[in-house]
Structure formats: C-alpha cells, structure tokens
Design a protein around this ligand. Structure first.
Ligand SMILES: CC(C)(COP(=O)(O)OP(=O)(O)OC[C@H]1O[C@@H](n2cnc3c(N)ncnc32)[C@H](O)[C@@H]1OP(=O)(O)O)[C@@H](O)C(=O)NCCC(=O)NCCS
Length: 339
C-alpha cells in the first residue's frame, strides 16, 4: 500500500510535513525543520521510519555518508499538514505536540493539554477570538491569573474546535445546557464534535470526541486539609471503605485518582452534581487501571461508559470519561506558537 499524495497515513512515519499538493516538504532533524532547500523528492512512505537515515532528497542514506536521522514518529491519523514550521514529532511536557489540522475519527477520544504559562504570551490574540460575553466573563475575575486562565481556556477551545471543523475560532458558537455544560451550537449544522474542558493550577485539559459525550478533569496534586473527612463526604461509601484503609503514603495519589475519575465521569454525563457523587464507584488505588465499577441508580451505565486515567505529569492527576467502550485515546500537547 502506498500513501496518497499529500497525506500522512496512520502507522507510517511522518517525521516530516507533507504539503497539500503531495510533495515532501521537509522533515525534522534534531529538533530543527529542514529548510526549503531540502524540499525535494518524494518520500518512500512505506520504508521511512524513525531512526532511519535519509539524505536531503529523502533517499535512504547511512549516517556515515551524511544521512540525516529521522527523529520521531507522528502518532496521528490521515490528514494533511500545511505548516512545516510546526512539527508534530516532538514532545512537549510528556505528550507529543498535536497536529495543526487534527482529524477526529469516530472511534477516538482526543485530549489536548496546554500550560497556561506557555500560552500567556498569546493572551491578547486569544482574547481577540472570544465573544463579548466571554470577554466580560473573564474580566469579572478579580485576579489577573484567573482572567488569564479564563481567556486561555476558552480561546484554546475555540482554536481547537476551529481546527477540527475548519472554522475561524471566532466563528465557533456555543450553547450551554441547563446544567452548565457548554456544547457546539447545533444551529451551526456542523459535524457533531463534543468536548469538555478542565483547568487546575497552570494546566488546561480539553477532551474532544465525535458523536459521543466526553468529560475531562485535571487536578493539581496538593495537600488537602482533612483529606479523609473530605473523602468521606464526596466518595461513595464503597470507595471510602477502600480509601480509608490505604497506607498513608498512597492516600494522596488515591485521593486525586478518585476525585478526577469521578469528576470526569460527572462531566461526561453533563449533569454536574445532580448526578450524586455517592451513586457510582470508580477504581482509584494507585497502580490499578481506571474503571467505572458500579452505577447504582443507572443500570447499565457502568458498561456504557469508559474511564481512563491520563498521565499528565508534573504533580497533576487527570482522567477522561466517554460514552461507549473500546475507544482509542490520543493525547496531544498544544504548542502555543500555533495558536
Ligand atoms: C461544574 C463542574 C464541572 C465544575 O468542575 P470543576 O472541577 O470545578 O472545574 P473544571 O475546571 O474541571 O471544569 C470547569 C469547566 O467544565 C465545564 N462545565 C461546566 N458545567 C459543566 C457540566 N455540568 N458538565 C460538564 N462540564 C461542565 C465548563 O467548560 C467549565 O469551564 P468554563 O467555566 O471555563 O467554561 C462540576 O462538576 C462541579 O461543580 N463539581 C463539583 C466538584 C466536586 O465536589 N467534586 C468532587 C469530586 S469527588
């Protein structure tokens, strides 16, 4: 099988960028995009792989003869990339930098992470894509850091929805459910992209899925005063009975595992605290995989929704929940220069 012109095909190396007309546009060498001089020749998609060596005409050539090493793999999907400046084959934080033109296959949930600090230099641009109501909402915060977080979270959401839908970020319109969950305005008549946003500390997490509800939650891990009492109040009795007897050294991690998994599920369902926190159980013991174990007032929900823990690094816990089972999960970091 050979890749079509201008397309990056899943599972094939894409440590390079392909221009729409189909010719190779360059690949990355030690973190630097190769220059225009190197944009010649067609890549042999099937044989190119991370760690292989190629010359500037994209022909395989050993390092000893001046071959350049392909430094990474694009972990994305079929799609056309048009911005050679922004390479997807490097990591930012723990996750790969996401593509400029992401595709959202039906069977997949995609989560993006952005550090508010890194995006703060773009705050004015992001502010420029917000609606008057969103600007007013951000301005109502008393502290600058909260105003900035509000602008970055909503601005990045608009930016990413714009990328998925091929719209300008400022053209995206939202509706809000009776429980406060924002969604795309159906009157736009666009592809059914659903999303959810969470912020904590310096991080914003955004989850997207096509035609399935999704919820994300991120929490900065910190010492919670009277954590056991808080846990007793918000965890289900079943969860608390497991939490209570954990060794002290596991409790903080367990607490935030449980919190973020419960919150991600609640947010996916979209009903806020109208969905009683004690009415369902999640797994949370450190080392155990994330699972929705039981949903007492909602027979069948435990089999109809799936939870995953997210490794967001840097002292944070995070989780994503989505409708259906067996969906693929793609995690990307957002490079602020692309905003
Ligand atoms: C409204 C709620 C989503 C707030 O969550 P939070 O953890 O404070 O905040 P997050 O940063 O994760 O999420 C906020 C975002 O969720 C979205 N949101 C708001 N209402 C929502 C709802 N009903 N469902 C899903 N998402 C919602 C919004 O996009 C909001 O961001 P925005 O205000 O910038 O637009 C809600 O779940 C809540 O109040 N939870 C209570 C917290 C709690 O006691 N948790 C115990 C867990 S064990």
């Amino acid at each position: 099988m050979s890749a079509g012109p201008g397309r990056i095909t899943k599972d094939l190396c894409s440590a390079f960028v392909i221009e729409p007309h189909g010719d190779a546009a360059g690949f990355q060498e030690n973190g630097h995009a190769l220059t225009d001089d190197h944009r010649s020749g067609m890549i042999d998609f099937e044989s190119m792989a991370s760690g292989d060596f190629y010359d500037e005409r994209m022909k395989r050539r050993p390092a000893a003869q001046g071959g350049k090493k392909v430094v990474g793999m694009f972990s994305g999907h079929q799609g056309v990339l048009t911005e050679p400046r922004f390479m997807t084959n490097r990591k930012l934080g723990g996750w790969m930098v996401g593509p400029m033109r992401p595709m959202l296959p039906d069977g997949e949930v995609q989560v993006w992470q952005v550090a508010i600090d890194s995006a703060s230099c773009r705050v004015e641009d992001l502010r420029g894509v917000l609606s008057a109501g969103e600007v007013a909402r951000a301005d109502r915060y008393r502290f600058e850091k909260d105003r900035q977080r509000s602008v970055v979270a909503r601005g990045v959401l608009r930016n990413l929805l714009g990328r998925y839908l091929g719209l300008k970020p400022e053209s995206v319109r939202f509706v809000t459910s009776a429980y406060g969950k924002p969604a795309l305005d159906p009157s736009l008549g666009l592809h059914d992209v659903r999303f959810n946003v969470s912020h904590s500390g310096d991080q914003v997490l955004l989850g997207f899925a096509a035609g399935r509800d999704v919820g994300v939650d991120i929490e900065r891990r910190r010492t919670v005063e009277n954590a056991d009492r808080v846990a007793e109040g918000v965890f289900s009795p079943q969860e608390f009975s497991v939490y209570r007897v954990l060794p002290a050294w596991q409790k903080e991690e367990a607490f935030f595992n449980c919190w973020t998994r419960k919150e991600a599920y609640i947010k996916a369902r979209g009903k806020g605290l109208a969905l009683a926190l004690g009415s369902f159980d999640v797994s949370f013991v450190p080392g155990e995989s994330a699972r929705l174990l039981a949903t007492r007032n909602d027979a069948g929900a435990a089999d109809a929704w799936e939870l995953r823990a997210l490794d967001v690094g840097g002292g944070y816990a995070a989780a994503v929940a989505a409708q259906g089972r067996g969906w693929g999960l793609q995690c990307w970091a957002l490079q602020s220069e692309t905003l």
